[in-house]
Design a protein around this ligand. Structure first.
Ligand code: E4P
Length: 229
């Protein structure tokens, strides 16, 4: 169903079960990331949140599924994080970088809970998250581009800084806020461990005009072969 190896892994960035099922069917999905905005986008309700995350985790058995805490204090993040992690063994607790999140990450790691530190926009943020024990750090690319900065250049700095000190077994870099095949290519060239990609961008990654042109030629030529038979 999915593959585990040392090449760049593909996660899907969605809370939509049908999108996750589609990506799983391709056989190349290695994980899922969600966030409050993605859950809201599918019309998610608070009362259904835990059941929904559990459903995704069960669907993606053995693959890391990030469920984000919305607590604002370290105590709240620790409590919510432990609870989210208890829903399924493959749930990773996503926390937005900050003082409370560092404290919570340290405590959650001691409890055996994996943390994905999100909203990372700088190398110091990523290094602090990794030092506190985050299993994953998620630098955002597209949101830099949105403000006229160069998201890929920023990602390169973060990847170099983290890879100077941390092996993938300690802390993996999830390239987040991915919008285009170009982002995916550059994340791979930079050596990011993972790219979390929305389904639409994953589908764009599959397409190429020369592939379509080649396929049309194969079909046209095969028609000649079958017509002659
Ligand atoms: C994933 O972990 C992030 O929450 C997500 O990639 C953000 O993407 P966006 O900038 O397109 O909202």
């Amino acid at each position: 169903m999915a593959r585990e190896d040392t090449s760049m892994k593909f996660f899907i960035d969605t809370a939509d079960i049908s999108e996750i099922k589609k990506a799983l069917s391709w056989g190349c999905l290695a994980g899922v990331t969600t966030n409050p905005s993605l859950y809201s986008r599918i019309g998610g309700k608070l009362a259904d949140f835990e059941a929904h995350m559990t459903k995704i985790a069960q669907l993606c058995e053995g693959l890391p599924v990030s469920a984000e805490s919305t607590a604002t204090t370290a105590e709240g993040m620790i409590e919510e994080g432990k609870h989210l992690a208890s829903l399924a063994p493959n749930i990773v607790v996503k926390l937005p970088i900050g003082e409370a999140a560092l404290e919570a990450t340290h405590a959650l790691k001691a409890e055996g809970v994996n943390v994905n530190m999100t909203l990372i926009f700088s190398a110091p943020q990523a290094l602090l998250a990794a030092a506190a024990g985050a299993r994953y750090v998620s630098p955002f690319v597209g949101r830099f581009d949105d403000i006229g900065d160069d998201g890929i250049a920023q990602l390169g700095t973060i990847v170099s800084a983290v890879k100077n000190y941390y092996a993938p077994e300690q802390c993996e870099i999830i390239t987040a806020s991915v919008r285009t095949p170009y982002h995916v290519t550059q994340a791979a060239l930079l050596g990011a461990d993972i790219a979390t990609v929305p389904l639409g961008a994953l589908e764009k990654c599959l397409r190429h005009p020369l592939t379509e042109q080649g396929l049309a030629a194969f079909e046209a030529d095969w028609k000649k072969v079958t017509a002659e038979a």
